[in-house]
Design a protein around this ligand. Structure first.
Ligand code: HT7
Ligand code: ZN
Length: 859
C-alpha cells in the first residue's frame, strides 16, 4: 500500500464551495445524488482533471453542467472527471448498502437505524468527493425515507423544510451554513426519542439541545444533558467560544468504532458515552460521559470552525481539544485527581507507544492508513505539548494566543505550525526550539543530580531523547519543570520555581540552604518526561507525607513503590531487604490511611499501586510473570500489615449514602481499594466482604467494584455474583459489556479459559466493537493472562485479529499494538510474540489498517 507523506502536501486543484446531497434512504439500498459546484482553485497547480475519491462505489450517473457524460474514468477507487472551464456543476449518483457495512465507516445500519461515520475517510464510501479536510463546502441535505422506520431524520446545521409523501415516506431538509470538510458530514435516520432542553448563549441566542436515544434509554440521558450545558457555559467563560447554530443534536448509537464524533451540529456518540444512571454506570462512567460530551462539543471551535489542513495535522484539533476537555474536567471536579488520572493514562498507554515500534511524533511524517494514527501520542501527548506552552506562557497569555489562533484561522484548514505561531505571537513566547516537540518522537528522559556545597544547592540536569523508528538522532527540547526545594526540618519550601531545561545539560544553583533540601521535581507533571533521580527512600516517604503539591505527593508514593519493585524484580533484594522495602511502603500507606487532611478521592489515588504496564516500561527486558508475582506479593503484604485499617476504612466508607458529590464518590473509591488489598491478603474475608458489598450496593460503582474483586478469587461467591449480575442486567448491552470485561481482566488464574468460553456466549459478537473490546481489549490489557508463559494469550489475540480483520479492520488493527512490546520483554515471550506477528503478516488479504501495524511492529 502507498505511503502518504506530509512533505507531499499540495492544495487541491478545485474548490467545492457548495454541495447538495439527496438521499433516498433504505437499510439495504440507499441512493445518493450529489450536486457539486466546482471552481478552479487559483492557489493550486492548474489541472483539467477532477479527482473524486471513492471507496467501494460505482457511479450510476455522472452529469456535468446538465449533460450526462461518459468521459469519466476510474483510477483505482477514484472517479476522474475531465473539466475544462473554471467552474462547473457536477452531479453524481451512487447506490450503497448500509446493512452490509460492517466496517462502520460511511453510512451504516445499527439496530434498525441509519447513521454515518465519516472521519477520517468515510465520506468516500457514501459518494465520490475530494475527501480531504482542506476542501470546505456548505452542505444542503435532503433525505427521504419510510416514516414508520425512520421517524427522525437528522443532518448537520439547522433544520429546513420537511413533509410527507403519499407512499408512506417523509422527507426533511437540513442546511449547514458553516463551510466544513467532508469528514464532518453526518446523517441519522431512525426511530429515536429526544431529551430536549435549551441553552442561552453569551450573546443571548437560545439554542435547542437534543439528545436522541432509543426509547428505553431516555431516562439515562440526564447526566449527558447536564454535561453538555456545563461544557457550553465553560467554553464561553474560559475560552470565549460561543455556539453558532440554532440547534445542537447528539445521537447515541450502539455500534461505533470510537467514543464519539464531532460532526457539525450533529454529534454521533457511542452509547457508552451518553447513557448513565447510578444503577448501570460507575463513577468512572459518569466522568467518561462528561469528558467525552465536553470533548466533542469543544471541537465545534477546535476542529470544526478551525479544521485541519491534512491528516498529519490531526493533533492540531485532537491534542488541543483533549487539553480543553482535561481543563474542563479539572474545573468540574478535583483538579489534582484529574491530573493524576490523565498522567496515569499517558504513562500507561502513551509512554509504551513512544518507546515501541509504533512510536511517532505528535505530527507524524507519513502513514499508510490514517485510522492507525488516532493514537495516545496524537491525542494525549499532543495535549501535554500544548499544556507545556500554557505553563510557560501563563494562563492569561495562553488565552491571548488561543484567541489569536481562532481569530486568524476561523473558517480555515490550518496546520500545527499555524497554532504554534499564534501562541507565539499572542502569548509573546519564543517557541522556535519548542517546535521540536512536534517533530521528534520518544519520551525524553531527564536525569537530575543534586549537589550541596556550603549553603548552595546545585541541580545538574541532563536530558536525553531516545531513538525511535526513523529518528536515530534527536535534538534537545525545551522541558519546563516546576520544582520546589523542601526544608526537611520544617516541612515547607520557599516557593515554586519554573526551570526550562533547553539544552542537553544545564545546572541551576539556589543559595541559602544550610541543610541539604529535598527536591520535588516536575510538580503537577509540567512536562511529559521520565525523571531519573537518585533519591533516598526516606526522602520519598517525606514527600509522600508532606509535599503540598498533591500530584507530587502521589508521584513520591509511586516512586517509592516502583523503586522497590524494580529492585525486587531484578533479584537485588534478599529477604531482609525486601521486608525493609515493604515496610517503608507500608509506613507511607499507613500515613495516607490516617491523614485527616486528605479527601477520599485523593486518598484513593494514593492507594493505587503503579500498573504492571508502567512497571514493565521501567525495565529493559521485563518478565511479566515476575513483575506480577512481586506486585501481588507486595499488595498481599500490605493488605496483611494494614488489615485492620483496611477493614475500618471499608466500614467507614460503607456508611456513606449514595450521591454524586465528591465525598460520596471518594468513599466508594476507597471502599473498593480496601477490598483489593484484602483480597490478596485474606481471600476468604475479602470474598465475604465483597459479597456483602455486592448485595448491599445501590449503585453500579459498588456493585462492579465488588464483582471485580470477586472475579479474581476462587470462591463460590464469585460464581454466584457473576450469575446474579448477568441475570439482572442481561438486557442492558453496556452492562453486559462490563460483565465480559470484568472476567477478561480478572486476576483469576484461569482467565484465559474464561475468555475462551465467553467468546462462545450467545451475547458475544464480533460485529459490535464495544463487545469485542469488552472481552478482548480487557484481556489484552490483563498482563498476567495476556502474557501467559506458554503464549496462549498471544495466540488468542492473533486469532482474533485474523478473524476480525475482514469484518472491521479499524478495530482489528488496534489489537496489534500490544505485540509491539516484543523487543522489551524476556526472550521466551519475545519469541512467542514475534511468532504471532509473523503469522498475521503471512496471512493473505490483510486490510491496509492491520497490515501497516503488523509491518511497523515487526520493524
Ligand atoms: N474526531 C473523532 C475521531 C473518530 C474516528 C476516527 C476514525 C474512525 C472512527 C472515528 N470515530 C471518531 C473523535 C474525537 O476524537 O473526537
Ligand atoms: Zn477529538
Amino acid at each position: 500500500p502507498t505511503v502518504i507523506k506530509r512533505e507531499d502536501y499540495r492544495p487541491f486543484g478545485w474548490l467545492i464551495p457548495e454541495i447538495a446531497l439527496d438521499f433516498q434512504l433504505g437499510l439495504e439500498k440507499t441512493r445518493v445524488s450529489a450536486k457539486l459546484t466546482v471552481q478552479r482553485n487559483a492557489k493550486a497547480d492548474r489541472t483539467d482533471m477532477l479527482r473524486l475519491n471513492g471507496d467501494g462505489l460505482t457511479p450510476l450517473e455522472v452529469v456535468v453542467d446538465g449533460e450526462v457524460v461518459n468521459s469519466w474514468s476510474m483510477d483505482g477507487e477514484d472517479l476522474m472527471v475531465p473539466l475544462v472551464s473554471d467552474s462547473h456543476l457536477v452531479e453524481i449518483v451512487t447506490e450503497i448498502d448500509p446493512s452490509s457495512n460492517t466496517q462502520l465507516m460511511g453510512l451504516y445500519a445499527s439496530n434498525g437505524m441509519l447513521c454515518t461515520q465519516c472521519e477520517a475517510e468515510g465520506f468516500r464510501r457514501i459518494t465520490f468527493f475530494p475527501d480531504r479536510p482542506d476542501v470546505l463546502s456548505t452542505y444542503r441535505v435532503r433525505m427521504t425515507g419510510p416514516k414508520d422506520q425512520f421517524p427522525v431524520l437528522l443532518s448537520n446545521g439547522n433544520p429546513g423544510a420537511s413533509g410527507e409523501n403519499d407512499d408512506g415516506t417523509h422527507w426533511a431538509e437540513w442546511h449547514d451554513p458553516w463551510p466544513k470538510p467532508s469528514y464532518l458530514f453526518a446523517l441519522v435516520a431512525g426511530d429515536l426519542v429526544a431529551n430536549t432542553d435549551t441553552f442561552t448563549t453569551m450573546s443571548g441566542r437560545e439554542v435547542t439541545l437534543n439528545i436522541y436515544v432509543r426509547e428505553g434509554d431516555l431516562e439515562r440521558t440526564g447526566h449527558a444533558m447536564e454535561s453538555l450545558k456545563k461544557s457550553m457555559q465553560w467554553d464561553e467563560e474560559v475560552f470565549g467560544r460561543e455556539y453558532d447554530l440554532d440547534i445542537f443534536n447528539i445521537v447515541a448509537v450502539s455500534d461505533f468504532n470510537m467514543g464519539a464524533m464531532e460532526n457539525k451540529g450533529l454529534n454521533v456518540f457511542n452509547t457508552k458515552y451518553v447513557l448513565a444512571d447510578p444503577d448501570t454506570a460507575t463513577d468512572g462512567d459518569f466522568d467518561g460521559v462528561e469528558g467525552v460530551i465536553a470533548h466533542e462539543y469543544f471541537h465545534n471551535w477546535s476542529g470544526n470552525r478551525v479544521t485541519c489542513r491534512d491528516w498529519f495535522q490531526l493533533s492540531l484539533k485532537e491534542g488541543f481539544t483533549v487539553l480543553r476537555d482535561q481543563l474542563f474536567s479539572q474545573d468540574m471536579g478535583s483538579e489534582p485527581v484529574k491530573r493524576i488520572e490523565d498522567v496515569r493514562v499517558l504513562r500507561g498507554i502513551q509512554f509504551p507507544e513512544d518507546s515501541g515500534p509504533l512510536a511517532h511524533p505528535i505530527r507524524p511524517d507519513s502513514y499508510r492508513e490514517i485510522s492507525n494514527f488516532y493514537t495516545a501520542t496524537v491525542y494525549n501527548k499532543g495535549a501535554e505539548v500544548i499544556r507545556m506552552m500554557r505553563t510557560m506562557a501563563g494562563e492569561e497569555a495562553f488565552r491571548k494566543g488561543c484567541d489569536l489562533y481562532f481569530e486568524r484561522h476561523d473558517g480555515e484548514a490550518a496546520t500545527c505550525e499555524d497554532f504554534v505561531k499564534a501562541i507565539e505571537d499572542g502569548a509573546g513566547l519564543d517557541l522556535t526550539q519548542f517546535r521540536r516537540w512536534y517533530s521528534q518522537a520518544g519520551t525524553p528522559q531527564v536525569s537530575v543530580r543534586m549537589e550541596h556545597d556550603g549553603d548552595a544547592v546545585t541541580l545538574h540536569l541532563k536530558q536525553e531523547v531516545p531513538s525511535t523508528p526513523g529518528q536515530p538522532d534527536k535534538q534537545p527540547m525545551p522541558i519546563p519543570l516546576k520544582l520546589a526545594l523542601f526544608d526537611k526540618a520544617n516541612g515547607s519550601h520557599r516557593g515554586e520555581e519554573l526551570v526550562v531545561l533547553d539544552k542537553e545539560e544545564a545546572s541551576v544553583t539556589f543559595t541559602d540552604f544550610a541543610d541539604k533540601p529535598v527536591l520535588s521535581l516536575n510538580r503537577g507533571f509540567t512536562a511529559p518526561v521520565s525523571i531519573r533521580q537518585e533519591v533516598s527512600g526516606e526522602d520519598l516517604v517525606f514527600l509522600a507525607a508532606h509535599d503540598d503539591d498533591p500530584f507530587a505527593r502521589y508521584e513520591a508514593m509511586q516512586e517509592l513503590v516502583v523503586t522497590h519493585l524494580k529492585q525486587a524484580c531484578a533479584g537485588e533484594l534478599d529477604d531482609d531487604a525486601r521486608d525493609a522495602g515493604r515496610k517503608a511502603i507500608g509506613d507511607a500507606l499507613a500515613a495516607v490511611l490516617a491523614d485527616d487532611t486528605l479527601d477520599d478521592l485523593m486518598r484513593g489515588e494514593l492507594l493505587i499501586l503503579p500498573t504492571q504496564t508502567y512497571l514493565m516500561e521501567q525495565m529493559e527486558a521485563a518478565d511479566p510473570g515476575v513483575i506480577h508475582a512481586e506486585r501481588q506479593g507486595l499488595r498481599g503484604w500490605l493488605g496483611k500489615q494494614l488489615e485492620a485499617d483496611f477493614i475500618a476504612l471499608h466500614g467507614r466508607a460503607s456508611d456513606m449514602p449514595y450521591s454524586l458529590d465528591a465525598e460520596a464518590r471518594g468513599a466508594r473509591k476507597v471502599k473498593t481499594q480496601a477490598l483489593i488489598y484484602l483480597a490478596e491478603a485474606n481471600p476468604a474475608l475479602a470474598s465475604k466482604m465483597g459479597a456483602g458489598q455486592y448485595d448491599a450496593a445501590d449503585n453500579m460503582t459498588d456493585r462492579q467494584g465488588a464483582l471485580m474483586v470477586l472475579a479474581g478469587l476462587q470462591t463460590p461467591e464469585r460464581t454466584h455474583k457473576l450469575l446474579d449480575y448477568y441475570n439482572r442486567y442481561k438486557d442492558n448491552a453496556l452492562v453486559v459489556d462490563k460483565w465480559f470485561a470484568i472476567q477478561a481482566q480478572s486476576l483469576h488464574p484461569h482467565a484465559i479459559e474464561h475468555v475462551k468460553a465467553l467468546a462462545d456466549h450467545p451475547q458475544f459478537t464480533l460485529k459490535n466493537p464495544n463487545r469485542v473490546r469488552s472481552l478482548y481489549m480487557a484481556f489484552a490489557a490483563n498482563p498476567h493472562a495476556f502474557h501467559a508463559a506458554d503464549g496462549e494469550g498471544y495466540r488468542m489475540i492473533a486469532d482474533l485479529i485474523l478473524e476480525l480483520d475482514p469484518i472491521n479492520p479499524q478495530t482489528a488493527a488496534r489489537f496489534v499494538s500490544p505485540f509491539g512490546r516484543w523487543r522489551r520483554i524476556e526472550s521466551g515471550r519475545s519469541a512467542l510474540m514475534r511468532e504471532q506477528l509473523e503469522r498475521i503478516a503471512a496471512a493473505g488479504n490483510l486490510s491496509r489498517d492491520t497490515h501497516e501495524q503488523v509491518i511497523r511492529s515487526l520493524g
